[in-house]
Design a protein around this ligand. Structure first.
Ligand SMILES: [Zn+2]
Length: 233
């Protein structure tokens, strides 16, 4: 009897902790909730800090951050978050991305969202990354006409939206992301696509990266950082 009771209690505890962990990564309902998440980071961010100070503290933290060997994708998460932070620093949206070679794990290019700086609706982080990567003649060896050769991955700080997801599928590379997008991400909704695009997207791997909890939280708060100053309004 005791064993059964213990089993059910454990189940309830697990469910509760899983839910509370998930809830950390939900879309923050307002600026105050987002600020709580910023303050949960080990960067010394305070409730009274303005965007500039928050960016400075995150920058300092990321520069000194030592990759966690328990998480094989931490290197890419750090690089993508660095790009996301650069975008926020320039008054843009906090999404960054890198493209890397699977075999060597070498980062070939890095970029960030440029909608605000270039006033272009299509320049999400992944789109900017792929535009720049494709436009650089040095990267010709990685491509066949407009499609990439096998063995590359686009790593985004946040789960790609429908537009970026289709672009990545068209380019023909794998996808990884640091933090899920419960309200806007496409990778977990691939079955909603028209058959042609669904089948194209499923030719390549798409997965949440193995990155440390702190890298995931930085990616998450940077994604929603537009709530800090209402720049999306
Ligand atoms: Zn996008």
């Amino acid at each position: 009897m005791k064993k059964i009771l213990f089993f059910f209690l454990s189940l309830i505890c697990f469910e509760t902790s899983a839910q509370s962990n998930d809830s950390l990564f939900m879309t923050p309902a307002n600026r105050d909730i987002l600020m709580q998440q910023f303050m949960s980071l080990p960067c010394g961010i305070k409730a009274t800090d303005n965007v500039k100070t928050i960016v400075q503290k995150l920058e300092k933290y990321l520069i000194s951050y030592q990759l966690d060997p328990n998480f094989e994708d931490d290197k890419f998460a750090k690089a993508a978050n660095w790009q996301a932070l650069k975008s926020v620093k320039m008054g843009g949206y906090g999404i960054g991305a890198v493209i890397y070679e699977n075999k060597s794990r070498k980062i070939l290019h890095a970029a960030h969202n440029a909608q605000m700086t270039k006033l272009r609706s299509d320049l999400h982080g992944e789109m900017t990354l792929l535009n720049e990567f494709e436009d650089n003649p040095k990267n010709k060896k990685y491509r066949t006409k407009y499609i990439c050769k096998e063995g590359l991955t686009v790593f985004s700080s946040a789960e790609p939206c429908p537009m970026c997801f289709i672009r990545i599928a068209t380019v023909g590379v794998d996808t990884k992301y640091c933090t899920a997008g419960p309200d806007d991400g496409m990778t977990q909704r691939v079955q909603c696509l028209p058959p042609y695009w669904r089948d194209l997207a499923m030719k390549h791997k798409t997965e949440k990266a193995k990155s440390s909890p702190v890298m995931q939280m930085i990616a998450h708060v940077l994604f929603y950082s537009y709530l800090l100053d209402g720049r999306h309004a």
